[in-house]
Structures are given as structure tokens and as C-alpha cells.
Design a protein around this ligand. Structure first.
Ligand code: ADP
Ligand code: ADP
Length: 229
């Protein structure tokens, strides 16, 4: 059984098909990129996979459970349990420190544990920034806090929507290196990106056009250990 399967998924707004009969499978431990022009349905798809929105039609199976049939409340619980989210705009709470932001994700999931949150920050190389507020951190550091927040509850899938969109090249490499680490640890990664350099390190790239999957590019060179030089 695939970890994630979309079966004939549609998202329809009036007469606009934001997603138009999308079917795909993602296996456990896979690393998949999603590309496509602006307006092609990437965010719509991520919102549905991330349990933040429901399709108009079709099935979305996560661990064999059709999440398109779940109530809003259940969707929130499934999201907190199984999904780690990373956004372009970070979405950190600005009056909480780095470690408190990570602990907030624990709070919504189970019980906050500062030691574990500090370990997560250490994994992203930010142990010495734990008590800083987001405003005292660079963009790259803020995105690393987001990665720590996304991985703290050992999610089955990490979904990243333009995770390097606000970062310079050096920080982009740091974030991609963290994705390699997550992937090496067995985490399933789905990354929406406009940046071919970020996309092409994944195992495969799916391209959306006008709400339809138009192309799949398999990375024949993928070894799981490719790093930026
Ligand atoms: P992308 O992330 O690829 O830029 P989106 O998924 O954001 O694309 O949008 C896909 C299409 O759906 C766009 O044409 C967008 O305008 C439309 N759309 C997205 N959300 C809504 C909404 N809430 N109401 C109406 N149209 C929407
Ligand atoms: P176009 O014809 O407009 O260049 P394509 O359909 O060829 O678009 O590709 C769509 C998207 O897929 C582009 O954004 C491109 O960067 C990306 N892409 C194409 N080939 C690869 C590849 N080998 N690895 C990763 N991404 C790719």
C-alpha cells in the first residue's frame, strides 16, 4: 500500500478546475518534487494532502484512510499526527523564541518537552539560537527553525511549499541538506518549488499544468546521498 494516493482528485471553484482529475501515488520514504507555473494548482494540492482543505471530488488515501471523507476536526488531528509543514513565509510565532516555536508543535501533538525541542534545533544546527526570537534570526535560520518544528513529532510526511523561496543560495543549500538528512532518516518528502536546482535533487519531479499532472521526470542519478558541491 502506498503511503499517499490521490485517485481522480478534483478541486473546482465555480467553473475553474484548480485540480483536474489528478491521480498519483507516493511511497513511504520517497522524495518527490512538485513543479509547475503559478496558478497550476500546486498549493491547492498541498493544502489537500496537508489536510487543510478537501477535494471537490476524488479520494485522498493517507495510510489507506480516505482523508477526503473526514470531518474538519479529524483532519486537524490527522495533520498534527502525520504531517510536518514547511512554508515559504515561515509562519513562526513572532513573540515566541525558537525553542518555544518548536515546543508549540509538540503541544498540539502531545506534551511539550524542552529537551527534545532543543535536540531538534541541534539537528538543524541551531542549538545556540534556541532562545532567540524569529526577528533576531536570519531568514535561513528561521527556515531551519521551521524544519525543526516540522520534524519534532516524527511526521510520516514532510510537506514543504516553496521552502527556499525567501532564501539566498547559501541558505537554500542548508535547507536542501536538511531535506537529505530527513530523507536518509526515512521521512517522506513532498516539496513544491519553482527552483529546478531544488527540484532535481528529489527522486522524481511531477509537473502540474492547469490543474493536471502533465509530466513526470525521474531522477536516474538519485542515490539518496547527493549533496550540493
Ligand atoms: P499554484 O500554487 O500552482 O500557484 P494554486 O493552487 O494557488 O496554484 O491555484 C490554482 C488555481 O485555483 C488558480 O487559478 C487560483 O486562482 C485558483 N484558486 C485557488 N484558491 C482559490 C479559491 N479559494 N477560490 C477561487 N479560486 C481559487
Ligand atoms: P517548458 O517546456 O515550459 O520549459 P517543461 O514542461 O519542459 O516546461 O518543464 C516544466 C518544468 O519542469 C520546468 O519548470 C522545468 O524546470 C522542470 N523540469 C524539466 N526537466 C526537469 C528535470 N530533469 N528535473 C527537474 N525539473 C525539470
Amino acid at each position: 500500500m502506498s503511503l499517499l494516493e490521490l485517485k481522480n482528485v478534483y478541486k473546482i471553484y465555480g467553473d475553474l478546475h484548480a485540480l483536474d482529475d489528478v491521480s498519483l501515488k507516493v511511497e513511504k520514504g520517497e522524495w518527490v518534487s512538485i513543479m509547475g507555473p503559478s496558478g497550476s494548482g500546486k498549493s491547492t494540492m498541498m493544502n489537500i494532502i496537508g489536510c487543510m482543505d478537501k477535494p471537490s471530488k476524488g479520494e485522498v488515501l493517507l495510510d489507506g484512510v480516505d482523508i477526503s471523507k473526514e470531518s474538519k476536526k479529524n483532519l486537524t488531528n490527522i495533520r498534527r499526527d502525520k504531517i510536518g509543514l514547511i512554508f515559504q513565509q515561515f509562519h513562526l510565532v513572532n513573540y515566541l523564541t525558537a525553542v518555544e516555536n518548536v515546543m508549540l508543535a509538540q503541544y498540539y501533538h502531545s506534551i511539550p518537552d524542552e529537551k527534545e525541542a532543543l535536540e531538534a534545533l541541534d539537528r538543524v544546527g541551531l542549538a545556540d539560537r534556541a532562545k532567540h526570537l524569529p526577528s533576531q534570526l536570519s531568514g535561513g535560520e528561521q527556515q531551519r527553525v521551521c524544519v525543526a518544528r516540522a520534524l519534532i513529532n516524527y511526521p510520516e510526511i514532510v510537506l514543504a511549499d516553496e521552502p527556499t523561496g525567501n532564501l539566498d543560495e547559501a541558505n537554500e543549500e542548508v535547507v536542501v541538506d536538511l531535506f537529505h538528512k530527513l530523507h536518509d532518516d526515512g521521512t517522506t518528502l513532498i516539496v513544491v518549488t519553482h527552483d529546478p536546482e531544488v527540484a532535481e535533487v528529489a527522486q522524481r519531479t511531477l509537473v502540474l499544468r492547469s490543474g493536471k499532472l502533465s509530466k513526470e521526470v525521474v531522477n536516474e542519478n538519485f542515490t539518496g546521498k547527493i549533496r550540493f558541491d
